[in-house]
Design a protein around this ligand. Structure first.
Ligand code: AP5
Ligand code: ZN
Length: 216
C-alpha cells in the first residue's frame, strides 16, 4: 500500500505511523525524521534544513522533494510506504503525483488525523524524543518511558525538540493551516481522503486508522 498521513504538528502522525507501518509491513518515511538524522550527522542537507526547522518554516521544496524521492527509491519501498510529513504543500503533492505516475504507481489512501488545537499543544509540550533516533517518541505524561530521560527502545537520551518551543509551535500551526491543509482538498478531488479523529488512546487511534484503510 502507498499511504500519506496528514495532520497538524503534534497530531500523533509519527506515533501512528510506526504502528501502522509495522502492521502493514511497509517502511515509515518521515521527512522530519530524515531531516533530524541529517542534522545530527552534520550533513550539508542537514545544515540547509536546520535554520528553517528552528523557525518553524518549511524547508525549501528543492531540498525536500529530492530527499523524499531518493528515500522512496530505496529497495524496501518498492512495494509501498507510509509517508509522514510529506507532501506538505501543493507543489510537493504535485511532485509526488508526477513521481508516482512516472513509476506506474498510485496512492491507495490519504489518512487525515483530526485533533483540536488545545490537545495538540498539550501533546507537543510533553513530547520527548530520542537523540539516537527521532522516530522513538514519548510523552512525559501520556506515554512516559520506563526510566525518566531514557529511550525504552534503544537506551538513547530523551530530549525536547528545538522546534517544540511555544512560539515555534504557533508558527508551525499557522504554516500547517496555510500551506499543508490545501493538500487535503487536492487529494479529496482524487477521492483518496479519509478523516479520522486522533483523540483517545494511541491503540484506539491505530485501530480506527486500520479500519479506515480497510484493514481493521
Ligand atoms: P515533522 O517532524 O514532520 O513535524 P510535524 O509535522 O510538525 O509533526 P510532529 O512531529 O510535531 O508531530 P506528530 O504528528 O508526528 O506527533 P507525534 O507522534 O510526535 O516536521 C518538523 C519540521 O521539519 C517542519 O516544521 C519543517 O521545518 C520540516 N519538514 C518536515 N517535512 C517537511 C516537508 N515535507 N517540507 C518542508 N519542510 C518539512 O506525537 C506528539 C506527542 O503526542 C508525542 O509526545 C506522543 O507521545 C503524544 N501522542 C501521540 N498520540 C497520542 C495519543 N493518542 N494520546 C496522547 N498522546 C499522544
Ligand atoms: Zn531510541
Amino acid at each position: 500500500m502507498r499511504i500519506v498521513l496528514v495532520g497538524p504538528p503534534g497530531a500523533g502522525k509519527g506515533t501512528q505511523a510506526s504502528f501502522l507501518a509495522e502492521n502493514l509491513s511497509i517502511p515509515h518515511i518521515s521527512t522530519g525524521d530524515l531531516f533530524r538524522a541529517n542534522i545530527s550527522q552534520g550533513t550539508p542537507l542537514g545544515q540547509k534544513a536546520q535554520e528553517y526547522m528552528r523557525a518553524g518554516q518549511l524547508v525549501p521544496d528543492e531540498v525536500t522533494i529530492g530527499m523524499a524521492k531518493s528515500r522512496m527509491e530505496e529497495p524496501d519501498a518498492g512495494d509501498g510506504f507510509l509517508l509522514d510529513g510529506f507532501p506538505r504543500n501543493i507543489a510537493q503533492a504535485e511532485a509526488l503525483d508526477s513521481y508516482l505516475d512516472e513509476n506506474g504507481q498510485k496512492l491507495d489512501a490519504v489518512l487525515d488525523l483530526e485533533v483540536p488545537e488545545d490537545e495538540v499543544v498539550k501533546r507537543i509540550a510533553g513530547r520527548r524524543i530520542c537523540r539516537s533516533d527521532s522516530s522513538h517518541v514519548f510523552h512525559a505524561q501520556y506515554s512516559p518511558p520506563k526510566t525518566e530521560g531514557v529511550c525504552d527502545v534503544c537506551g538513547g537520551e530523551l530530549y525536547q525538540r528545538d522546534d517544540d518551543r511555544e512560539e515555534t509551535v504557533r508558527k508551525r500551526l499557522a504554516v500547517y493551516h496555510s500551506e499543508t491543509e490545501p493538500i487535503i482538498d487536492h487529494y479529496k478531488a482524487q477521492g483518496l481522503v479519509t478523516t479520522i479523529s486522533a483523540l483517545g488512546e494511541v491503540g484506539e487511534v491505530t485501530e480506527r486508522a486500520m479500519r479506515a484503510l480497510g484493514r481493521g
